[in-house]
Design a protein around this ligand. Structure first.
Ligand code: ADP
Ligand code: MG
Length: 535
C-alpha cells in the first residue's frame, strides 16, 4: 500500500498488486476447500489397514522414504495448499497426542467433507452442518465409551498389551515380525513406566538403529547403547563394575583466545609451555582417578596427546557423546553430569554393572553397551535391518507401538478395530438422528455415513466388495447387537474382532472422531479465501 498525492495535493491510496490477488467467496470457497481436503484424503485412503499400500516419497535432495504411516506421508509430501496443510496438521496432532491412527483420522475427515459437499448442494447452510456434526460427534463419542471394554493386564501378564501393539503393527511394513517388535515395545514401556501414577516417559526409551543383520535381531537392552567406541583402540573392551565420570568439560588445556598472544622464541620457553600443558593433562586425569572413576564419558573431543595419556593412565574414555545421550546415561547410571573438573566428587559418578564394546560387520563399526545400571529405568531398543529405509520405517512403526502401549497404561479401555467401532457408532448416530426434528437430522445421518468410510476403505484395500461387505457386517451388528464385528481384512474366516485380537485404544479412537470433526467444522466456516495468485 502506498500514499500518493495528485497534482492538486489531494492524497490517494494506491493498493499495490490488488489485481494479482485471487479471491473465492461463499459457496465457491467452501467447495474449493472441500475439494482440496478430499484430494489429500484420496492419497492416504489406500494406506489404511493391514492390507494398505505403502508410499514412496522422494525428498528434494534425493532421499527416499518408504512408509505406511499417515503422518509421515503427509509430512513429507510438501503440500502448499492451505486447506491441505490443515489436513497435514490434523494428522500431526493425532500423532502428537496419540501416536497411532494418523491415517484413519484423515480418512474420516475426508469422508465428513465429502458428505458436507452433498449437504451444501442440498442448500443447507454451512453453519448448520457444522452444528450438526458437533452433535453427531457427541453421540458417537458417548457410544464409543459405552462399547469400550476395560482390559486387564499386569506386569506378569503382558499378553493383552502385546496383542494391541500387534494390531498397530499389522498394517506396517514390519508386520512380518510384529510379535517380536510388539513384545519389545511392551517390555520397554513397562520398564520405564510408573504404574502407580499411570505415567510413562517415552523419552527414557532410546531407539538406535544400525544397518545390518535381520529385523528379527532387533533387541531390547536394559541400559544405554551409544553409537561410539573407546577413544583408543588399546583401551579395554569390557569394564565390570564401572564408575563413570560424565563430563561436559573438554579434556584440553585452556587455549589462548584470539586476543592474546603467546610468543615462543626460545627452546626453554617452548619446554616450559609443553611442561605446563603436560601437567594440565596429568592433573585432569589424576582428578578423575582420585575420585575413583574407571571410565570417562566426555561430551567433547580430546586430542591425541590427551588420548595417549588417558591410555597410559589406564583410564578408558569415550569422546563426542551427544547431550541427549549424556543425559540418558546420567539417568540410567544414577550419575551427575559434571561441567568442571573441580566439581568432580565420588558421589557424582554413575554406576554400571558392565560396559562393553561390541563390533558389527566388517567395517569395524563399534557400539558401546552400558548395562546393569544402577537405575534400570532407561532402556534402549536396538533395531537391525537390511537397509536404512527399513530401519527408519521400523523406528516409525515402533513409535506407534510404544505410543499405543503408553496409552493403554494411561487408560486401559479398548474398543475393537477393523472398522467395528466405527460401524457400531454409525448405527448409534443414525438412530440418534431420529431425535432431532430439524434439518440437523440430515446432517447427523451424513455423519453416520461418513463413519462408514473407515470400514469401507478397509474392505476396499483388502480386495473385498466394499458395499456388500459393509452391509453384511452392519446387518449383523443390528441383528446380533455385537459391537465387535468388523472387516475380516486378512481373510481369517471370522469377522469377530474379539477372536482376531484386533484391539485399539479408546482414547485413540475418540481423539480421531473429535479431531476430524473439529477440522471439518473449521473448513466449513471459511467462506472467503484471499490468496496471491500464481502469476
Ligand atoms: P493408522 O495410521 O490410522 O493407524 P493403519 O494403517 O495402522 O492406520 O490402519 C489402522 C486400521 O486398520 C484400524 O482401523 C484397525 O482397526 C485396522 N486393522 C488393523 N489390523 C487389522 C486386522 N488384522 N484386521 C482388520 N483390521 C485391522
Ligand atoms: Mg496404525
Amino acid at each position: 500500500m502506498a500514499l500518493a498525492f495528485d497534482e492538486y495535493g489531494r492524497p490517494f491510496i494506491i493498493i499495490r498488486e490488488q489485481d494479482k490477488k485471487s479471491r473465492l467467496r461463499g459457496l465457491d470457497a467452501q467447495k474449493a476447500n472441500i475439494t482440496a481436503g478430499k484430494a489429500v484424503t484420496r492419497i492416504l485412503r489406500t494406506s489404511l489397514g493391514p492390507k494398505g499400500m505403502d508410499k514412496m516419497l522422494q525428498s528434494p535432495d534425493g532421499d527416499v522414504t518408504i512408509t505406511n504411516d499417515g503422518a509421515t506421508i503427509l509430512e513429507q509430501m510438501d503440500v502448499d495448499n492451505q486447506i491441505a496443510k490443515l489436513m497435514v496438521e490434523l494428522s500431526r496432532s493425532q500423532d502428537y497426542e496419540i501416536g497411532d491412527g494418523t491415517t484413519g483420522v484423515v480418512v474420516l475427515a475426508g469422508a465428513l467433507l465429502e458428505q458436507a459437499e452433498k449437504l451444501l448442494e442440498r442448500g443447507i447452510h454451512p453453519v448448520r452442518i457444522a452444528e450438526g456434526y458437533e452433535m453427531a460427534s457427541r453421540i458417537a463419542v458417548e457410544h464409543l465409551e459405552h462399547i469400550a471394554q476395560k482390559f486387564e493386564y499386569s506386569v506378569s501378564n503382558i499378553e493383552p498389551l502385546v496383542q494391541t501393539c500387534m494390531t498397530t503393527l499389522s498394517s506396517k511394513i514390519v508386520s512380518r515380525c510384529k510379535r517380536t517388535i510388539a513384545e519389545i515395545a511392551v517390555k520397554a514401556v513397562l520398564a520405564v513406566a510408573d504404574l502407580e501414577r499411570k505415567d510413562v516417559n517415552l523419552d527414557l526409551i532410546k531407539v538406535e538403529g544400525k544397518v545390518g543383520g535381520k529385523l528379527e535381531d532387533t533387541e531390547l537392552i536394559y541400559g544405554i547403547l551409544v553409537d561410539k567406541d573407546m577413544s583408543h583402540p588399546q583401551m579395554p573392551k569390557r569394564i565390570e563394575d564401572a564408575k563413570i565420570a560424565i563430563l561436559t568439560c573438554p579434556f584440553e588445556p585452556p587455549k589462548p583466545k584470539t586476543k592474546h598472544k603467546v610468543d615462543i622464541d626460545t627452546v626453554e620457553k617452548f619446554q616450559t609451555l609443553r611442561h605446563q600443558e603436560h601437567k594440565y593433562f596429568n592433573d585432569m586425569v589424576q582428578k578423575c582417578k582420585d575420585v575413583g572413576a574407571t571410565l570417562v564419558i566426555c561430551q567433547w573431543g580430546f586430542d591425541d596427546e590427551a588420548n595417549h595419556l588417558l591410555m597410559h593412565h589406564n583410564l578408558p574414555a569415550v569422546r563426542w557423546v551427544g547431550g541427549v545421550e549424556l543425559e540418558l546415561i546420567a539417568i540410567a547410571t544414577g550419575g551427575r553430569i559434571v561441567p568442571r573438573f573441580q566439581e568432580l566428587t565420588p558421589e557424582k559418578l554413575g554406576k554400571a554393572g558392565i560396559v562393553r564394546e561390541k563390533s558389527f560387520g566388517t567395517t569395524k563399526d563399534r557400539m558401546l553397551y552400558i548395562e546393569q545400571c544402577a537405575n534400570s529405568r532407561a532402556v534402549t531398543i536396538f533395531i537391525r535391518g537390511g537397509n536404512k529405509m527399513m530401519i527408519e520405517e521400523t523406528k516409525r512403526s515402533l513409535h506407534d507401538a510404544l505410543c499405543v502401549a503408553r496409552n493403554l497404561i494411561r487408560n486401559n479401555f479398548i474398543v475393537f478395530g477393523g472398522g467395528s467401532a466405527e460401524i457400531s457408532c454409525s448405527i448409534a448416530v443414525e438412530s440418534g438422528a431420529d431425535g432431532y426434528p430439524g434439518v440437523e437430522q440430515y446432517v447427523i445421518r451424513s455423519f453416520a455415513e461418513a463413519l462408514d468410510s473407515i470400514p469401507m476403505a478397509l474392505a476396499e484395500n483388502s480386495g473385498l466388495q466394499p458395499i456388500e461387505t459393509l452391509s453384511a457386517v452392519k446387518s449383523q451388528h443390528i441383528k446380533e447387537k455385537t459391537p465387535f464385528c468388523g472387516i475380516d481384512c486378512n481373510d481369517v474366516g471370522t469377522n469377530n474382532m474379539q477372536e482376531q485380537f484386533v484391539f485399539e485404544t479408546l482414547i485413540g479412537k475418540r481423539q480421531q472422531i473429535l479431531l476430524a470433526t473439529q477440522v471439518v467444522k473449521m473448513i466449513l466456516k471459511i467462506d472467503d479465501v484471499i490468496s496471491p495468485s500464481d502469476y
